[in-house]
Write a protein that binds this ligand. Sequence first.
Ligand code: ATP
Ligand code: MG
Length: 445
Amino acid sequence: MELNLKIPGIVKEICLEFNARGHQAFVVGGALRDIILGRESPDYDIATDAFPERIASIFPDAIPYGNFGTMLLLRGNTKIEVTPFRDDAPGRKPNYTFGGTIYTDLARRDFTINSMAYDPIAGGFIDPFGGLNDLKARTIRCTGSTRRIWEDPLRALRAARFQAQLGFTIEPSTLYSLKAYAPMLATISRERIRDELSKLITSDHPFDGLVTLVVTGLMNYIIPELMEGMGMRHHNKPADVLEHNLLACKYVKNSFHLRLAALLHDVGKPRCAVKGEKGLEFPGHHLKSVEMAKHILNNLRFDSRTIKKVLLLIEHHMFVYSPDSPLSEARRLISRVGWENIYDLIELRMADRLASGFNEAAGPGLKKLINDLEALKKENSDYKIKDLAVSGKDLVETLGIRPGPIVGKLLNRLLDDVIENPELNSKRTLLELAEKYLKEESYED
Ligand code: ATP
Ligand code: MG
């Protein structure tokens, strides 16, 4: 079959070079799929009958990459992974043997939409498994048979991830095998699970992919704690606790930290549930959610910066702000979470509201906060102790006190004053205030 696909010149040149040296070279995998879909691809996969040493002799700058004989070529910002055809029979523990043909190579790929090949020089399109039809029908289907999932359970997560990224439907038999082999996910490393989950949630359709993880039972092996909320009704929300978390992930804008925070923002609710007058109540669920999210994120081997930011968002997302809140409330919030997080926090709160059935993302309180933040930008302050016109050293030197906890206590009190009234933030005024506080109260070491 002939197709005229737009392959970048740089990728064609590499294929041409292989041809000139007597080798076959095909564009394969995700990049080919994305080109047909009209999506940009930052990296390309080439499959060739040349073995790794031969690839290295044709392209001396090729870098060995991974375990499968792949050689990486860097051309500007474009990454091209060149992999020899694989010939191993599919199975649980394949030995990676090179050789075979483009057909044996395609046969051991995961899904039909990823199992096509294109020769950009001759223009030949090879599609033994009906990938193009499935691409048109927006379907994710195992290549050959659903044994593919049993062979490598990571493919189950890849299916849900492609569903989330592409907005495709998983074909029933493939979906069935996701459920059938879900327990095998326990054999996959937490890091690989983390990477797939990260791609899934930072996609255009995170809710769809997450629902697949839940209904197939895969979620039991990823974040089992989330499953505790299934079927648990909040008295005033349209969804149960689990769906509420998934919906928040859908409604929040596409940013990695926000999506992760939204997914886990109420994860602690089920363990706090008690029967109240109007139904279930969840006293203390914020702190519980923070504690459990910390465990979950560590368990999935997320890095400490990610964990810190996600926990901060979860911890503070229930901040109180009403149309009557004074400007000082907004300053205090910035002091607690920082300018770098305040808008993410608002985003999370808005997603939480939408997931709770509110029609409007921002209510009157949130709207007021957004306005107030505009006004506060002019004050150009982080509302931290470092922003005070006096330092601890100033207090020690001027007031004749000894360095120690007393200094910190005074500085915190002064910061409180400045947050209430920024006009107080001059060295003279703050020293006067500090002196007064020293007399008024016993500031003991
Ligand atoms: P993306 O680059 O967006 O993650 P992709 O489809 O390109 O998506 P890669 O992990 O880059 O995925 O892999 C490239 C190709 O290698 C895939 O399209 C698929 O043909 C094959 N492949 C990758 N992982 C597997 C796997 N676990 N089992 C079978 N084939 C796989
Ligand atoms: Mg890829």
